[in-house]
Design a protein around this ligand. Sequence first.
Ligand code: GH3
Ligand code: MG
Ligand code: MG
Length: 396
Amino acid sequence: MSAAPRATVLPVDSIAVRRAFRRQLLIGGLVLALLAFATLVLLLELRLNEEVQTGYRQALSIAQRVLDAHRLALQLSQQPMALTVDRMAGGNAARQDLERWLSQLQHLHEQIDQIPEPSLTADERIRFRQIESALAGIVPSAPRPAADRVPVDPDRNRTYFETIASSLDALSASVSTRALQATERSRTLDLLARYSLGVAALLAVSFGGVFSLLMWRSQATSREVMGALDRMAREDGLTGITNRRGLDDGLMIELARARRSGETLTVVMLDLDYFKRYNDRRGHGAGDVLLRGAAQAWRRQLRPTDLLARYGGEEFTLVLPSCDAEAACHLIERLRPLVPERQTFSAGVAIWEEHESPEQLLRRADQALLVAKKQGRNRTVVSGDEPQMSLPLKMA
Ligand code: GH3
Ligand code: MG
Ligand code: MG
């Protein structure tokens, strides 16, 4: 007397589920993109900062050395260059002057050597070559030659020192230009970093707002869809009443409630009489209309706490809390005229007995229904009370 419940699939809901899923994927993608963007901005900012710092450091170190060298070259150019080729004749004082002069010259050489070659511009390199050749002119065999072999030509040395001084001037100018450029660049980078951080923050805030909105909408849709799916899973597609799954859950709940409260719980199995014949005569479509009409009309007749379910095919189940056999039979009689086309049905009633499982209770109601069918249909039989509760046969 049972049949599998119909599977109900509404395409609109599956579309909504897919949409919600796609939206969540989109949100996830956007979040990842924002994270990637923020990381990129951060990395770029770090790299630019490093570049600026390196530029500063280079400019400072060059400026420092150029300044030292310049100072030294100035000192040397003001030295008394009156030393003669015959240094020995000048005595110890002259020798000491020469020693000091040579040591300062070597110091100048070292200062120039310390300037990092790769960090120089082409022009700066030319200037250094000039300084180096001028130094080589003053001291032909660097490092420091023996003091007594140094050729001292005051005029020529003065020319060399002038070359060194003018090259150092050009170098200072170039380095100060570089420092200025570095400052400018740093200012631009600073502005750029500020703007990009501002834009990133703005984007983060607006994306955050959009994300929250989308998330909220997506969650709401998901909740709606889940609710719809849950309802669909418990609703019979043809009649619009509770299906077999809903009946199983509902009966379990009512049984637990009856166990707690100690109130009577009645279950009724209803089965349309000779419905195959009805289908054969009027067509399956008309049979469907009748099933739906009967179910809807019955539901309107019931209390909100009563449960009407389609057990399967043309068989229905009633779960009636706080209802004894007599009240159930009266209710069934009220339901009979509500079936369209004067279609009759048989009913089996079972009152829940303590420690009885839902399956046992349904089986007893089904057995009573079988008895009603055997006794001639269009009647109600109460389980365990068959002779008293049987009603007279009324053929369709
Ligand atoms: P009985 O009085 O012994 O119950 O006779 P019956 O013909 O109603 O019993 P049976 O179980 O042999 O046939 C049940 C019929 O119910 C078979 C099928 O044509 C019909 N039926 C089951 N489900 C549906 C449905 O969803 N729509 C329609 N139109 N008919 C259905
Ligand atoms: Mg049947
Ligand atoms: Mg039937």
